[in-house]
Design a protein around this ligand. Structure first.
Ligand code: FNR
Length: 350
């Protein structure tokens, strides 16, 4: 049991800490600055109290959800996380296999440490996360390759015009050029492959045109920005603060989600990540307006402790824990999980 309650989750983190070299564990676990946003992500979900219903027939619980036209068995996916060969020799390939066997949607990071095509061979369904790079030609090439390899959406990460300063990152050599450049071809210029600070809404259309795929903007924390994303042609808005790794002090995702969901309404799909650790957290996120949620570090910890099999087991267990929580909340389908199911308790702004 790793996702039934917080204590289970803490045990998983401890096992991962033992499995990983200290610098790798800290690179994965850490956040920006004083790590206030990192900590707030987890505690903010705890601050969302549920208002369960009674006397609803919950003999059959159906956690299926439609996401960008595709039916998923459960509203839980894997967030894009870079450099997974640091956690496991098979890296993203094992993550893809593990997610596919659990029926979970996978997001492949632009900073993957295995080639996009190798990952794609094990992944279904999957989205490709794009950073707009200083060399936009390189960006277009990566996105085209992902589309050709079978990605069904492009996730544009908008919260990384620069990389956050993470005090737990002590070794700049943790990610050598060979790992950084796995998808970039020989003789790449590392500076031109860094994130472009001049990324704008115009890039949403550009990515859609070059890929022929729907574009989701990840890293949105405000209702007004969410509306601009939709106006720029985004099919989905992904509430995230990059797991507390970018602007320290940024609002927790549980706090931002209701504002974004209210602004967007039915104009686009809304997803969320950051600090989701239990089936009850997934239920909370759905109640606050997310169509589905993604987990970053929890999937990484599973990969580190037991490769693809542990990823499958962990994601399956998280979905099962959601099903149990849905039953206890008196909601037999994800459509029945509405805003009235959640309430902030004093001290939070949800
Ligand atoms: C990330 N995240 C991330 N996001 C992204 O868009 N592209 C990326 O390459 C990465 N890389 C990455 C590496 C590591 C080690 C972590 C921990 C995170 C952010 C990720 O997609 C997601 O937003 C958060 O991880 C969600 O928070 P939790 O579930 O880790 O709390």
């Amino acid at each position: 049991a790793v996702f039934s309650n917080e204590a289970d989750h803490r045990r998983l983190v401890e096992r991962a800490r033992q499995a990983l070299a200290p610098d790798v564990f800290d690179f994965y676990a850490g956040g920006a600055g004083d790590e206030t946003t990192l900590a707030a992500n987890e505690t903010a979900w705890r601050g969302v109290r549920l208002r369960p219903r009674v006397l609803r027939d919950v003999s059959r619980i159906d956690s299926r959800v439609r996401v960008l036209g595709r039916e998923l068995p459960a509203p839980v996916g894997v967030a894009p996380v870079g450099y997974q060969t640091l956690a496991h020799p098979e890296g993203e390939v094992a993550m893809a296999l593990g997610a596919r066997r659990a029926g979970a949607l996978l997001t492949v990071s632009s900073r993957s440490s295995r080639r996009i095509e190798e990952i794609a061979a094990e992944a279904d369904p999957w989205w490709f996360q794009a950073y707009v790079l200083r060399d936009r030609g390189l960006t277009r090439e990566l996105v085209r390759r992902a589309a050709a390899a079978g990605a069904t959406a492009i996730v544009l990460t908008g919260d990384t015009p620069y990389l956050g300063r993470r005090r737990r990152d002590r070794d700049a050599g943790l990610i050598p050029d060979e790992m950084f450049g796995v998808n970039l071809g020989p003789g790449f210029d590392r500076a031109l492959a860094e994130q472009a600070p001049d990324v704008t809404y115009a890039d949403v259309v550009a990515l859609r045109d070059v890929s022929g795929l729907p574009v989701v903007v990840k890293g949105v924390l405000r209702g007004d920005d969410a509306l601009e994303c939709v106006a720029a042609g985004a099919a989905g808005v992904w509430v995230s603060n990059h797991g507390g790794r970018q602007l320290d002090g940024a609002v927790a995702t549980a706090e931002a989600l209701p504002e974004v969901a209210d602004a967007v309404g039915d104009a686009a799909e809304v997803y969320a990540d950051g600090g989701v650790r239990t089936g009850v957290d997934v239920l909370r996120a759905l109640a606050l307006g997310a169509r589905m949620v993604f987990v970053g570090r929890p999937a990484l910890w599973c990969l580190a402790v037991g490769g693809a099999d542990a990823v499958t087991a962990g994601l399956t267990e998280l979905a099962d824990a959601l099903t149990r929580a849905m039953g206890l909340a008196g909601t037999a389908t994800t459509a029945e999980i509405t805003r009235g199911l959640a309430r902030a308790h004093p001290g939070t702004t949800v």
